[in-house]
Design a protein. Structure first.
Ligand code: HEM
Length: 527
């Protein structure tokens, strides 16, 4: 017996005994088994090999985006109504129906572009992903803190993300020239660029951010009638953001400010809350609007489509194992429950394939059997096998029957709902086309004009600071876009870069762009 081992087995020591994963007690965790005290080591040293080879496999691939994040638990409490109306008029989703009804949930907040150990003070959108463990199975609402997105077609996502990630040769991160090269060729990104480079791109904490579903979803009522919806989470703590200087000061001290803030608040019993609000539109293409309701680069004007509260979220518990609960948690936009549905939003459709695809690779094909991902509703499937399977879920009376249909046992289909497939009839020919109401600048311009002076100043300083690191043609095209967004913004950013409207007036619209009448008029009078 070694000295250390004898110390840890003092008779009054009530701590649990260390074992290996086979349940064998570990008598000596300090010394490998060797031939004589100076070695050599022996290959049958199971305890050492098991320990070191598990360590060798401690990392799984980090998320391709949103790698840095933090998870907490809580509950959703329904208000049971939709303003003055019963919510059942719009959706039959069970979690919303009854006033005071609680549904357990997990939430993961994240940054997007950095790696797993990157700074939480970085200028970046924040992920806001909520997993509701409902009685009808899981519902994931995978959103962000800014309400819109950079692109409107999922086919552009890998290119967009490559432009934000490190240089593939030098691995230099945050290269403004790469990011703005992509933005300068992507007019629909202007609304989101303005948000990310404003103070909202550096929230003061996860507790003081709004959350948005961003993409357009549907609700379905008992009669099978559908409406289009957008989700908004409003923090009871208020919205607070940092200037670039605030964020830099925090980053100089710590990379994990937001995780610590959330963790400490929950540990102290200061449970953060958000109210869930919803905007509703009739389910059609709304030709009267100057934007397409399925375009995720746009917000829906609140004066026409008011926010209506439907419940609140309270976070009251921290994770106990970061890897099991934060690294392995897996959200997806395809994870909906009865009463909720997809829209034809071309980003949403692409996302819905991407999430479970990456999770089968990142975590493994049986990721849904892990405790943090497993629904609290019963699961019974004929899926079997694959790496790290816990075994078939709920095999029923005759475990030999792992197929359906069968008259000898096994699982049966659920009773089909009384309604048929829902929503409008769709006709069209297969095509690859941009939507027609692109209107890429208007909402960005309105947002600029509505900002407080300090927010405008911070935005301009941040844009100039980033663009100063870019090639001249990229700078010129960005000034051109900002002049199209709003004269004052374009003039101020141009001034910071030494670029006047006359320097960019000759630039034609991008090949990928069709300007509407208002935009053509703006182009004719640029600056
Ligand atoms: C994470 C794809 C757009 C919010 C991810 C992941 C992928 C992905 C592959 C990693 C998932 C994992 O490893 O578990 C896409 C694609 C998009 C898209 C293909 C566009 C076509 C968006 C948009 C939002 C968003 C518009 C916000 C509304 C998130 C969030 C996470 C995430 C919050 C982190 C989830 C977590 O905390 O685990 N996305 N994404 N994504 N995405 Fe997206």
């Amino acid at each position: 017996m070694t000295d250390v081992a004898s110390q840890s087995s003092a008779p009054d020591d009530t701590r649990p005994t260390l074992t290996n994963r086979q349940g064998h007690p570990v008598y000596d965790n300090q010394n490998q088994r060797t031939v004589g005290e100076r070695g050599p080591a022996t290959l049958e040293n199971y305890q050492f090999l098991e320990k070191i080879s598990h360590f060798d496999r401690e990392r799984i691939p980090e998320r391709v985006v949103h790698a840095r994040g933090t998870t907490a638990y809580g509950y959703f409490e329904a208000y049971g109504s939709f303003g003055d109306e019963p919510i059942a008029k719009y959706t039959r989703a069970k979690l919303f129906q009854e006033k005071g009804k609680r549904t357990d949930l997990a939430i993961r907040f994240s940054t997007v572009a950095g790696g797993r150990d990157s700074s939480e003070s970085a200028r970046d959108p924040r992920g806001f992903a909520v997993k509701f463990y409902t009685e009808d199975g899981n519902w994931d609402l995978v959103g962000n803190n800014l309400g819109v997105f950079f692109i409107r077609d999922a086919i552009k996502f890998p290119d967009f993300i490559h432009s934000q990630k490190p240089d593939p040769v030098t691995f230099e991160a945050g290269v403004a020239n790469r990011a703005f090269d992509f933005f300068s060729q992507t007019p629909e990104a202007m609304h989101m660029v303005m948000l990310v480079f404003s103070p909202r791109g550096t929230p003061a904490s996860y507790r003081t951010m709004q959350g948005f579903g961003v993409n357009t979803y549907k609700w379905v009522n008992a009669a099978g009638e559908t409406v289009l919806v957008k989700y908004h989470w409003l923090p009871k703590q208020g919205v607070k953001s940092w200037t670039a200087a605030d964020a830099a000061a925090v980053q100089a001290q710590t990379l994990g400010a937001h995780t610590k803030d959330l963790y400490d608040a929950i540990e102290a019993g200061d449970f953060p809350e958000w109210e869930l609000n919803v905007q509703v539109m009739e389910d059609h293409d709304h030709p009267e609007l100057d934007f397409d309701p399925l375009d995720d680069t746009k917000v829906w004007p609140e004066e026409i489509f008011p926010l209506r509260p439907i419940g609140k979220m309270v976070l009251d518990r921290n994770v106990t194992d970061n890897f099991a609960e934060n690294e392995q948690i897996a959200f997806g936009t395809g994870v909906l429950v009865d009463g909720l549905d997809f829209s034809d939003d071309k980003m949403l459709v692409g996302r819905t394939f991407s999430y479970s695809d990456t999770q089968r690779y990142r975590v493994g094909p049986n990721y849904l059997q892990l405790p943090v991902n497993r629904p609290k509703a019963p699961v019974a499937t004929n899926q079997q096998g694959g790496q790290m399977s816990y075994g078939r879920d709920n095999v029923g009376a005759n475990p030999h029957v792992n197929y359906e249909p069968s008259i000898t046992g096994g699982l049966k289909e659920a009773t089909y709902p009384t309604h048929d497939e829902q929503g409008p009839v769709i006709n069209g020919r297969l095509t690859r086309k941009r939507i027609s109401r692109t209107n890429d600048y208007k909402q960005a311009g309105e947002r600029y004009l509505l900002s407080d002076q300090w927010e405008k100043d911070d935005l301009v300083a941040n844009l100039v600071g980033a663009l100063q690191q870019c090639d001249r043609p990229i700078q010129e095209r960005m000034v051109w876009h900002f002049l199209m967004v709003e004269d004052e913004l374009g003039l101020r950013v141009g001034e910071g870069l030494g670029i006047t409207p006359d320097d960019v007036r000759h630039l034609p619209p991008l090949q990928s762009q069709t300007l509407d009448e208002e935009e053509q008029a703006r182009l004719a009078n640029l600056g």
